[in-house]
Design a protein around this ligand. Structure first.
Ligand SMILES: Cc1cc2nc3c(=O)[nH]c(=O)nc-3n(C[C@H](O)[C@H](O)[C@H](O)COP(=O)(O)OP(=O)(O)OC[C@H]3O[C@@H](n4cnc5c(N)ncnc54)[C@H](O)[C@@H]3O)c2cc1C
Length: 430
């Protein structure tokens, strides 16, 4: 049996390759819709998931078995129903995934089926790269060097198996129809779309990536994040195309950030919703009615700080925000509005199609100054200077704020200079 989770593709999928083996046995390919994840994923992520499943089902000639329930009940039930000897999965290193899989392994004990995890959604699986004394890295740059030295395998050559078990032959399979997407997406989901997007990026924009990646007005970043999040493509497939150019290496460094944050979460699972650096636990934060008013203005893109507002509107209209703008919008929430970073992180997770616990929570902790290797607390982004530098002609701002040059655009809700001083004062109190 091959149980798909964050690996919704057929190519470069070692778990599928091992399930097929020498091709002499039938394979059940299945996905379990877990109500716990359905209720905590934003609409866009659900739409992306359902569309990815629909594409996979079509590629498997309608033989992808989708069931709904708790995996520790559904997987043993399916193992019994088909008499499976082994369950093949890509390993999940997230705190939720590890708890879920531990429960499945326990529930499988009586079935006689073996649990066969192989590979992960990362170039180098969390926990593999450590300092010489075996402890995890807390700083990105040395992690990056050790990560590159560790290396990774070439892409696995896998494709749709010819001997898939047909779910209609399984009684009772518990099969459900893949739900309709609850909303529309600004980019198509699925393995074919991921490969096409990747090829277009490599042909058109990779060479300028190093110089232009911080420019939200130019639209030149790869937009691979949601495909990576759902495993429509493995980063190994991407790394194999990169080559040695400066821009290619700059891109690889970003993929390393993704692995770094997964590694941090693996080693410090509490950092999901708590300050990684607990020295910040006592910093004074605003709460109450006026804090909530500020939070609403931030969410709705009405702060009067154009680059922040443009980013927040891009997010709510499309489910995406450029990386540089994510950093500025996050910094503004924490350092200009003095709000808890987890308020912002939760809103991002609700809206983002690429919303990912490791990258999002640690991206937020970086901006808040509370994470590993974080921006020092006293370094406060100035949204106006940032706009001049990274959106020099104001094209990005005008794209998302049509009323920018009119009286309808709000005045700044705070005085940046004064709030910067206030942030430093609170920091000094620690
Ligand atoms: C506050 C904040 C929240 C974030 N939340 C998420 C999130 O929920 N999901 C997510 O995938 N990324 C998140 N990021 C990282 C980054 O903003 C996005 O990965 C990037 O904007 C996606 O666009 P892209 O694919 O065009 O990026 P590209 O610039 O083309 O980068 C290529 C790939 O590298 C990875 N990557 C790039 N930058 C980072 C980074 N800083 N951290 C981790 N991985 C990175 C992504 O997988 C990305 O697809 C967040 C960053 C910040 C500052």
């Amino acid at each position: 049996m091959c149980w798909l989770r964050r690996d919704l593709r057929l190519g470069d999928l070692p778990a599928l390759g091992e399930a097929i083996g020498d091709g002499n046995r039938e394979v059940l390919v299945c996905f379990v819709l877990d109500p716990r994840l359905e209720s905590s994923s934003g609409e866009r992520r659900l739409a992306f998931l359902y569309d990815s499943l629909r594409e996979l089902d079509a590629k498997l000639d309608g033989k992808l078995l989708v069931v709904r329930g708790r995996p520790d009940e559904e997987i043993p039930r399916l193992v019994d129903a088909v008499g499976a000897g082994s369950v093949h999965v890509s390993e999940d290193f997230s705190p939720f995934g590890r708890r879920r899989d531990d429960a499945v392994v326990t529930a499988l004990e009586e079935s006689g089926a073996t649990w066969q995890p192989v590979g992960s959604p990362y170039l180098v699986s969390p926990g593999r790269v450590t300092k010489s004394d075996g402890t995890p890295y807390k700083v990105f740059t040395p992690f990056f060097r050790a990560w590159r030295d560790h290396g990774w395998r070439a892409p696995a050559k896998t494709e749709a198996p010819s001997n898939i078990l047909n779910p209609s032959d399984i009684h009772p399979s518990g099969r459900i129809r893949i739900p309709a997407a609850p909303t529309t997406l600004d980019l198509p989901a699925g393995e074919d779309a991921a490969l096409e997007r990747w090829r277009t990026f490599v042909d058109d924009d990779l060479s300028g990536y190093e110089s232009d990646r911080d420019r939200p007005d130019l639209d030149v970043s790869s937009r691979m994040s949601a495909y990576l999040k759902f495993g429509n493509i493995h980063p190994r497939t991407m790394a194999a195309d990169l080559g040695r150019s400066q821009s290619a290496q700059a891109y690889l460094r970003e993929l390393a950030f993704r692995d770094f944050y997964a590694d941090v979460l693996y080693n410090w699972p509490k950092s999901l919703w708590h300050n990684w650096n607990d020295q910040f636990d006592d910093i004074a934060l605003d709460t109450g009615k006026s804090a909530e008013k500020h939070f609403d203005a931030w969410r709705e893109g009405r702060t009067g700080f154009p680059l922040v507002d443009a980013g927040m509107r891009q997010l709510s209209e499309t489910g995406f925000m450029h990386n540089r703008v994510r950093m500025i919008a996050a910094s503004f929430l924490v350092k200009d509005l003095h709000l808890p970073w987890w308020w912002g992180a939760k809103w991002f997770l609700d809206q983002l199609t690429d919303g990912d616990m490791a990258s999002n929570q640690h991206g937020w902790q970086w901006a808040a100054g509370t994470g590993t290797d974080a921006a020092p607390y006293f370094r406060v982004f100035n949204p106006e200077t940032q706009a001049k530098k990274f959106d020099p002609d104001g094209d990005y701002i005008r794209r998302w704020i049509p009323e920018f040059d009119t009286d309808d655009y709000p005045e700044p809700i705070v005085d940046h200079k004064a709030e910067r001083e206030e942030a430093l004062r609170r920091f000094g109190e620690l």
